[in-house]
Write a protein that binds this ligand. Structure first.
Ligand code: FAD
Ligand code: SF4
Length: 343
């Protein structure tokens, strides 16, 4: 049985109190929300914080506020995000992403903020301590070489958050709060393409809320490739959001990719749709452009060349769903992992 290492524990009731504890403890302290990612990682000795600062008692992090847009507290459990009628109706891409994270039990513990700050993943890293020791560890933790790209000085572990690409396509920003003050950053700027230092968030900052702009005129969609339809981390995530005029002409479009890099990112491709209707041709052109930005590595599930090959198909699923096509059969095929049908 893998046991947790010893650690100190704080459970503040306010954001300010939590920020002060983080500032006082320094980088040896880590935040814990649902713990569904951090606790297994601690058991495997990926992270061994001397102190954990729990966010679970902070009610201010669990709110949904509606104004010109919608603000989601980072402490909302993913099941609470999924239960929101507003999210389901106006931010369908986020709803679809959150509803496909892990299992219902994990979504009952796992939070939105934890999902956005999820550690990067790799076949050579998500192993127990003894397994990693047997290969002399790797760059990301305790070692000196990257087993995926042996000449690389950079870890290329994969970002596996489902909600981040969906929220990026929706144009979300996040608020980061520390004892020194607060700042808002576009979600796309929260990430770095570095498997170790994958967030631009400082260790003393708490991600407190996610701000979504008003959804007027926008429709969105998220499509996830994974081995098991029941639950699995994404090995490809495609999120799209499109704003159309009344006659169906595209006024604006954003497409984001997940699980094909150390960070989720907004890609080129959406601009090819602007001024056009969502025709099959326009969708196919955008799909090819988006696929050129996907650079999956051989460090997670399924063949990396195939994962890149299916990007245009997944962009097509997302855009056709936004167009109004009935995509239920395609969703069922993908959940069943009918690979032939996905080509
Ligand atoms: C079997 C299994 C399957 C999974 N499948 C998926 C999947 O399909 N898709 C997916 O996206 N995830 C998946 N996960 C990962 C995880 O369950 C979710 O991403 C979850 O949302 C993480 O949230 P949490 O609150 O539990 O995070 P925690 O484990 O508490 O924290 C994760 C990280 O975020 C930091 N953190 C947490 N909250 C904040 C905050 N407010 N501000 C700053 N930093 C913060 C923590 O310090 C830690 O580094 C899976 C996990 C398991 C065990
Ligand atoms: S990508 Fe390389 S350095 Fe990063 S976790 Fe995998 S093997 Fe380790």
């Amino acid at each position: 049985m893998m046991r947790l290492p010893w650690f100190g524990f704080h459970s503040p009731k306010t954001i300010l109190e939590a920020a002060k504890i983080l500032a006082a403890e320094g980088p040896q302290a880590m935040l814990i929300a649902g713990g569904t990612d951090l606790l297994p990682n601690m058991k495997r000795r990926h992270q061994t914080p001397a102190t954990l600062v729990s966010l679970r008692q902070i009610e201010a992090l669990k709110k949904i506020a509606n104004g010109s847009g919608t603000t989601l507290g980072a402490g909302l459990k993913l099941n609470e995000v999924v239960a929101s009628a507003k999210v389901r109706e106006e931010y369908a891409g986020l709803w679809q992403a959150a509803a496909q994270v892990a299992t219902v039990h994990l979504r009952n513990m796992g939070t939105l903020g934890g999902n956005l700050c999820l550690d990067t993943r790799c076949n050579y890293y998500n192993q127990n301590y003894e397994w990693r020791k047997a290969i002399d560890f790797c760059l990301k933790k305790d070692g000196e070489i990257c087993w995926v790209a042996t000449a690389s000085k950079r870890c290329v572990a994969t970002s596996s958050t489902d909600c981040a690409p969906a929220l990026m396509a929706l144009g979300a920003a996040v608020r980061l709060v520390s004892a020194q003050g607060e700042r808002d950053v576009a979600l796309a700027d929260l990430y770095r393409n570095d498997g170790i230092d994958y967030l631009t968030r400082r260790p003393d900052e708490i991600l407190t809320e996610v701000k979504l702009p008003a959804a007027e005129g926008w429709k969105s969609s998220y499509w996830k490739l994974r081995r098991r339809g029941s639950f699995d981390f994404p090995v490809l995530g495609v999120a799209a959001a499109v704003k159309t005029s009344r006659d169906g002409t595209v006024e604006n479009a954003r497409i984001a990719l997940g699980a094909v890099s150390s960070r989720p990112f907004l890609t080129k491709g959406g601009e090819l749709l602007i001024g056009r209707k969502l025709t099959d041709d326009a969708i196919a052109e955008a799909g090819v452009k988006v696929a050129s930005a996907a650079k999956p590595m051989d460090n997670t599930d399924l063949d990396l060349y195939w994962r890149k090959d299916v990007v245009p198909a997944f962009v097509g699923y997302a855009l056709r769903e936004i167009r109004g096509d009935d995509m239920r059969a395609a969703r069922v095929r993908i959940a069943r992992h009918d690979l032939k049908e996905m080509q």
